[in-house]
Design a protein around this ligand. Sequence first.
Ligand code: SF4
Length: 523
Amino acid sequence: MGDRFAVGESPAETASAARTYEVRTLGCLMNAHDSERMAGLLEGAGYVKAAPGAPADLVVFNTCAVRENADNKLYGSLGHLAPIKASHPGMQIAVGGCLAQKDRHTVLEHAPWVDVVFGTHNIGSLPILLERARHNQQAQVEIHDSLQTFPSALPASRDSAYAAWVSISVGCNNTCTFCIVPSLRGKEVDRRPGDILAEVQALVEQGVLDVTLLGQNVNSYGVNFADPGSLASSDPTPPRDRGAFAELLRACGRIEGLERVRFTSPHPAEFTDDVIAAMAETPTVCPHLHMPLQSGSDRILKAMRRSYRRDRYLGIIDKVRCAMPHAAITTDIIVGFPGETEDDFMQTLDVVERARFTSAFTFQYSPRPGTPAAEMTDQIPKSVVQDRFNRLVVLQDRISLENNQSLVGGQVELLVAAGDGRKNAATARMSGRARDGRLVHFRPEQPGSVRPGDVVVVEITNAAPHYLIADGPMLQHRRTRAGDASERGQTPKTRGIGLGVPLVGKPQPPLIASAQCNDHATC
Ligand code: SF4
């Protein structure tokens, strides 16, 4: 490595001012939440977030191995940064996340100007690896094959004043043949309910109104509770608590001040009636179920190693609609999996027609190196995949529009969002999410009177496949603590909340909020 790409400067050269950082996230919600942890760790180590557009002293890439061409995109971005680093003394670059876990030393072979490579199991090592790279003037690569610290035991600097993600588990025990996640994130490890509830409580105390419980497979929660000593050598036959996820939803519902609880993603094979009952009976749990279908053909589900079949999937939807007639049901669908025939695809269209999803994330299958499906010989030509994809999108858009049109004239409560509407500046509208997750663009009475994080009630006046419009007067406006925090530019910070507390414990006191703030998973 030449001087041009010297790895960092001595601490003395950079000690005069706080170093600035930027985290660039590629990939799913899980990665976005890991990025909040990285930000919290870096701020704990004295870094400050770089102003938007300003060059940062540290750029961290939190990478994804699930998306197509993820490696090309990463190495393209790293190539773009090389001359910037050469002209920015002391700048460091770190690469973490799933692609770093998968490619390990390859990252440095492609981009020797990178200072630190770390994996999905050791996010907590980032500050020390950066310091070591700077001190030793040498790139540091540290990848572990099993989880070192549960990510939620690390501090986090949150992006939003009003909505937050809370991890309930990491890893996955399934083996879907198209998915690289199990080999990169490892077996499922579940966080203790007391720790989860303490983190939710800490967020609510800082104004958060909407919490999304996150896991690769949330309704297998309870399969393997983590203990402080069990991360390195987990019990091979852990006791299973099958009612744990439903209980967790109900316990979240008892947290005063929390208005909305969501979760993503459940796996249809593990979906149990007690979760539907907990959703229906807990007023703060939102009437929204995102449940990946992937294919409507039993033959393809088998080839995907998805252990449910179309009848079971449709049966769950029937039960959810019976318990919550107005629930929004959304899904993920992969088109063109190896071996998919026209008949298989027609079965997917048939399930879509019957399920009447509110919306669907639709994906064209493409092989991911390292997955069993990538080795299958009957890959589908791109033109066929594209044609099926287009037909699926036309069908789903029609259904989404019909569903949304049925809401015109009704009233909805919105949690006002920051952004979420590309044309809002031109149309003088703001955007918010209804309790069922639908995106609604509305017109505030006076500019500035409504803040992100406030709650409004509006009447729907128009519908499109992917959003609703409410152009009439606002029917209610409630100013909230989340709105106050947004107005001040403050977002929550959570300390790491440790493992092994089996009861609903007294939450740790929250840190004072600072003055600053799918792609979709494939489960
Ligand atoms: S798609 Fe989801 S459930 Fe299947 S292996 Fe991947 S992470 Fe696990």
